[in-house]
Design a protein around this ligand. Structure first.
Ligand SMILES: Cc1cc2nc3c(=O)[nH]c(=O)nc-3n(C[C@H](O)[C@H](O)[C@H](O)COP(=O)(O)OP(=O)(O)OC[C@H]3O[C@@H](n4cnc5c(N)ncnc54)[C@H](O)[C@@H]3O)c2cc1C
Length: 380
């Protein structure tokens, strides 16, 4: 039923793996980030610019648009290494993972020529303008509306939980373009909306750890020219659901707490007790299985398939695993150890414990994923 059987051979990507490891080692050496203090959503334009210069962003895109014609598997290896190193990728992650690929597939020639090379250089950041105050899980219920005007569209409405909207250059915003009365899934359209333009206001929302990553975004008569639409008016729902296969299946759905697992292994040292050995062995085996499933999906995406159900399964199991790591880690090691490894473990545990509740919400909650999986299995 699900196509996880043949994970592709990643050994062919070994030169790419060595290249990204050398880049990350140099970054750690120069003190650009402390792995246990940042996450992949940490926004650091300097880091992204250097990653762009090293050819690590937009690498699967054609050279004409700033890419390197690399394979999806080479990109997978880069993403995996960035996550394993705990690198601060927030200034290029969304653009590299989903906005850039959407523009490449469905954007106008102007959008492709203007925006893609800047993303690949690490100079242009994107956010996702999907969720609204009354439309999160039920995404098709979006009420933000765009109406036709001379040369383009005018947007009015409010988006919420928009990660890094206060720092990005653009959002891909999902809006309703059909007349009232059209079907719920019809008449939705994605548009490239530049921040910092008249008609868009970004207000901060602080999360429970006190950080400002979330925002509320208001559009008031905000103008979007015709060539900043992604695809045809009305094609938004199909695109959003296809985009979610990319968003849900990658290693970012099971490696968010990897630094904590690594710190746990260091804090336990070379002589684990029986319980530590069993629990760490179980977590590592779980990670290996998830990696196999996730690379299987990367292989399907490389072949042009749209594995939405498989991606939902990986996100469901993967984010459950990410949440389990701090729960198990805190039972295995005393977070008051004075050694250097003990301090690192305590820092990582604090950080991941605060972030973990969001792992199973962002990109679709577990209940919604279960619904997608059940439908895929013909159970509903
Ligand atoms: C860290 C983080 C970053 C995010 N970044 C972004 C972003 O950049 N851009 C963006 O657009 N959004 C973003 N989101 C929003 C995220 O996509 C939504 O929070 C998510 O889709 C859930 O929507 P909601 O918060 O409105 O919850 P609701 O939809 O109100 O759901 C509340 C609860 O009810 C359950 N529920 C809802 N419907 C059903 C149903 N039919 N069956 C069973 N249970 C149901 C849900 O599972 C959940 O537990 C982010 C969220 C987080 C946590």
């Amino acid at each position: 039923m699900f196509e996880f059987n043949q994970p592709p051979d990643l050994s062919v990507c070994e030169p790419t793996r060595q290249r990204v490891r050398a880049f990350l080692a140099a970054e750690v050496e120069r003190g650009s980030f402390k792995p246990w203090e940042v996450t992949w959503t940490t926004f650091d334009r300097g880091f992204s610019r250097r990653a762009g210069t090293a050819g690590l962003i937009g690498m699967t895109w054609p050279r004409a648009y700033g890419g390197q014609d690399a394979t999806a598997l080479e990109r997978y290896v880069v993403v995996e290494e960035m996550l394993a190193a705990g690198a601060p990728c927030g200034a290029h992650w969304i653009a590299d993972r989903q906005s850039g690929p959407q523009i490449l597939r469905h954007g106008s020639e102007r959008a492709k020529q203007d925006i893609l090379p800047r993303i690949a250089r690490g100079e242009c950041a994107f956010g996702i303008g999907m969720s609204e105050p009354d439309s999160g899980s039920d995404l098709a219920a979006v009420r933000t509306r765009a109406t036709r005007v001379e040369g383009g569209w005018r947007i009015n409405g409010t988006k919420v939980w928009t990660t890094n909207a206060h720092q990005v250059d653009y959002l891909i915003t999902l809006v309703r373009t059909a007349e009232p009365g059209a079907g719920k899934h019809e008449g939705l359209t994605q548009m490239i909306t530049a921040t910092g333009q008249p008609g868009i206001t970004v207000r901060p929302i602080r999360d429970l750890s006190g950080h400002h990553e979330f925002n509320e975004v208001h559009f008031e008569d905000y103008f979007v020219p015709d060539d900043m639409l992604i695809g045809e008016p009305g094609s938004g729902w199909r695109m959003v659901t296809a985009e979610l296969a990319y968003e849900r299946s990658g290693p970012d759905r099971f490696l968010s707490a990897w630094q904590l697992l690594a710190a746990l292994v260091d804090a336990v040292g070379h002589e684990p007790d029986a319980q530590q050995a069993v629990q760490i062995g179980r977590l590592v085996a779980h990670a290996a299985t998830l990696r196999r499933m996730s690379t299987g999906i990367a292989g399907l995406l490389e072949r042009g398939a749209n594995p939405q159900v498989e991606a939902a399964l990986v996100k469901h199991v993967g984010t459950g695993f990410e949440r389990e790591i701090p729960e198990i880690a805190r039972l295995l090691v005393d977070a008051g150890q004075q050694s250097e490894a003990g301090q690192r473990f305590a820092d990582a545990l604090r950080h991941v414990t605060l972030a973990a509740p969001s792992f199973t919400l962002r990109g679709g909650t577990r209940e919604i994923l279960r619904g997608v999986i059940a439908r895929g299995m013909g159970l509903r």
